[in-house]
Ligand binder design. Structure first.
Ligand code: C6P
Length: 414
């Protein structure tokens, strides 16, 4: 059985109060909380074997190198990558996509080529492509979003042409919660000879993800959204692709030989990890992966699905709530956006915070999608493995308190 009580006991922060109320943390799509195993790994590294990696011949350097490289293996296993040579550590999803956009895009795109994105992309999977398109003369095209918050997949036939060189799409929308059928999109992309890049920032933390089943060429995700520390991202790319690409950043670690006017490159994946990496946080990320593996990604997903169903049901019972994104649980994850009639999302977020409930309110770094939804912002509650239905009840009570608060102030103004 999925033992939420036992899981919660591993997260010290969940015991704290906010504004004198027990914290209800429902901002997991922004970043997740950390179990003590991850926090302890950081303290253990700095207190016992802090050293630079790959360079030293002393015991500490060897231990740190072993631990860091072991996490590369664990990361490969977590997403079912055939080899850890496909795993590049970066700072976050944003950096992973920028790395790929620059290292691959600058030498593979030319005027007339097309990059196919979607209207529901986070700015991290949009702005890097705008920059590369400008630099190379390639153009951008977009899969539209339907009124139900799904991708309009029927448009793929029209949008995918031999000019399409890359399809870059999110696996799960951080606003709508929509889970996109990546394997189908990848198949269509490959039919026209395009590569498939997946933004996995919201999916890898919540679903079992298998890069071989998805048949994607590239996958980007962030440690901090899956119980790990901030400052660690992952770029997975097929080995041949990484082999064929020039480095993005130059400096220490990423070279094989350096002459005054030219250099040769280290093997993959180190060719893409210039300078001293984020050793401590990568090692602690390994503890996050182990934690998720022990809990079981399918069990986590089933728990979240139950919470999401309950959250959608309870929200739809509240008068004046507009919900965004698909209702079918098989098509969505646990990031749930909504608005309350007549209330600004930031005001809602502020009153919820006063009740001890942490949600996000804003454009969620998806401004084109906000324009499509014809809103400036939404309130977003997002669940994870440690959340409970009682916490969702607290959210609903807090929403009703918010409505009552603003109804009173409107009344007082008259
Ligand atoms: N979304 C949110 O509150 P970074 O910041 O690089 O770790 O992740 C970027 C990113 C990329 N793609 C998707 C789908 C995302 O949701 C995010 C991060 C957070 O929704 C912060 S804006």
């Amino acid at each position: 059985m999925f033992d939420v009580k036992r899981i919660r006991a591993d997260f010290p922060i969940l015991n704290r109060k906010v504004h004198d109320k027990p914290l209800v943390y429902l901002d997991n799509a922004a970043t997740t909380q950390k179990p003590r195993q991850v926090i302890d790994a950081l303290v253990n590294y700095y207190s016992r074997y802090n050293a630079n990696i790959h360079r030293g011949i002393h015991a500490l350097a060897e231990e740190a190198t072993m631990a860091y490289e072991h996490v590369r293996e664990e990361t490969a296993q977590f997403i079912h990558a055939p080899s850890s040579r496909s795993i590049v550590f970066t700072r976050n999803t944003t950096e992973s996509i920028n790395l790929f956009a620059n290292a691959w895009g600058r030498s593979n795109l030319k005027p007339g080529d097309q990059i196919l994105l979607s209207e529901m992309e986070h700015h991290s999977n949009l702005v890097p492509w705008q920059l590369i398109a400008k630099a190379t003369g390639a153009t951008l095209a977009f899969v539209p979003v339907t009124d139900e918050g799904r991708l309009e997949l029927g448009a793929l036939d029209r949008l995918l042409t031999p000019r399409t060189k890359l399809v870059a799409i999110t696996h799960m929308s951080n606003v709508l919660g929509t889970i996109n059928p990546i394997a189908d999109i990848a198949q269509a992309a490959h039919r026209v000879g395009a590569l498939m890049l997946v933004d996995g920032a919201q999916s890898v933390p919540h679903l079992p993800v298998d890069v071989q089943r998805l048949d994607c060429d590239v996958l980007a995700f962030s440690s901090h959204k899956m119980l790990g520390p901030t400052g660690v991202g992952v770029l997975y790319a097929r080995e041949e692709l990484l082999e064929s690409m020039d480095p993005f950043l130059g400096g220490g670690e990423m070279i094989s030989d350096v002459q005054l006017t030219a250099s040769t490159w280290n093997e993959i994946p180190w060719k893409f990890e210039a300078g001293t990496p984020n050793i401590a946080d990568v090692i602690a990320f390994g503890e996050a992966l182990a934690y998720l593996h022990r809990a079981g990604m399918s069990a986590i997903n089933a728990h979240e699905r139950e919470l999401t169903g309950y959250l959608l049901k309870r929200l739809s019972e509240v008068d004046g709530v507009t919900l965004y994104g698909p209702r079918q649980l098989s098509e969505r994850g646990g990031a749930v956006s909504f608005n309350l009639n007549g209330l600004h999302p930031h005001d809602v977020g502020t009153v919820l915070d006063a009740e001890g409930v942490a949600v996000r309110a804003g454009h969620h770094c998806a401004k084109p999608l906000m324009r499509h939804l014809e809103v400036a912002a939404t309130v977003r509650a997002s669940v994870y493995l440690y959340n409970t239905t009682e916490e969702i009840d607290r959210l609903i009570e807090a929403i009703r308190a918010t409505q009552a608060f603003f109804a009173r102030s409107a009344h007082a103004k008259v």
